[in-house]
Ligand binder design. Structure first.
Ligand SMILES: [Zn+2]
Ligand SMILES: [Zn+2]
Length: 253
């Protein structure tokens, strides 16, 4: 399984990084999917030389613009530029479709009135109830990050047989113990790491994550969603099996 970091930034463009999105291509040639879709997602696709129209599913952790806002531009690009025909399934917390429609209408009034060239469907998931979407098993864990809807950490199992891999992602959150459940046995646990030594409301810091490392039982950990303070100290992260994400980075999982 190949993971490409389309964006590992915070909401504010700190360090010039793009907003959160991870492109995952399972081994065996099944269709790639996205985990989160920040507003800058098309820039991320372009820089990585990847094709948004090949993506069949998008998994969304929570309803903040730097995590789902790119769906607006992905839809417009597919509709008007590439004239996509392949279906696209969007998976996330209840309320996602309404928020997508409201965001699209606010940014491009009338854009939803054109006949859609490709089927776009929304699947609501609930915390604690695993769902299977197109061969991918997704489990959501409710975290602590106010977004006007449920905010999730996600655990995704994809690929066939010996190529099956587990990727977990914290989404945005303060420390909650369910992160250990999401990450347990994962091949890769991606965790937000907005702060360095001080955790701000709704977010984690590296010092806090470091304290919990013995409890996080995944093979590898990747830090993402870094703010300015964390970026300034990124070279101080030297723990084995912990990588600090950069935009465009490719990881074999
Ligand atoms: Zn965020
Ligand atoms: Zn957020």
């Amino acid at each position: 399984m190949k993971l490409t970091v389309l964006g590992c930034g915070d909401a504010f463009g700190s360090g010039g990084q793009l907003q959160t999105s991870f492109h995952v291509a399972p081994s065996g040639g099944s269709e790639p999917f996205l985990i989160d879709c920040g507003a800058t997602v098309l820039n991320g696709f372009d820089r990585a030389g990847l094709d948004p129209d090949r993506v069949s599913k998008v998994f969304i952790t929570h309803l903040h613009g730097d995590h789902f806002g790119g769906l607006v531009w992905m839809m417009l690009h597919a509709q008007h530029v590439t004239r996509r025909t392949a279906p696209l399934t969007i998976v996330g917390p209840s309320g996602l479709e309404a928020r997508f429609r409201a965001a699209t209408e606010a940014l491009y009034a009338g854009a939803l009135t054109y006949p859609r060239r490709f089927p776009m469907s929304f699947v609501d998931i609930e915390a604690g109830t695993p769902a299977v979407v197109g061969g991918i098993t997704v489990t959501a864990y409710e975290v602590n990050h106010p977004s006007g809807a449920a905010s999730f950490a996600l655990r995704l199992e994809a690929g066939e047989g010996a190529d099956r891999r587990i990727i977990a992602f914290s989404g945005d959150t303060e420390w909650v113990d369910v992160l250990c459940d999401a990450a347990r046995g994962a091949d890769l646990f991606i965790t937000e790491c907005y702060g360095f030594d001080v955790a701000s409301r709704g977010h984690l810091s590296w010092h806090e994550i470091k304290r919990h490392l013995p409890r996080i039982q995944s093979k590898r950990i990747m830090l993402t969603h870094m703010g300015r303070s964390m970026l300034a100290h990124r070279s101080e992260v030297s723990e084995p099996n912990v990588v600090v994400a950069t935009d465009g980075q490719v990881l074999e999982v």
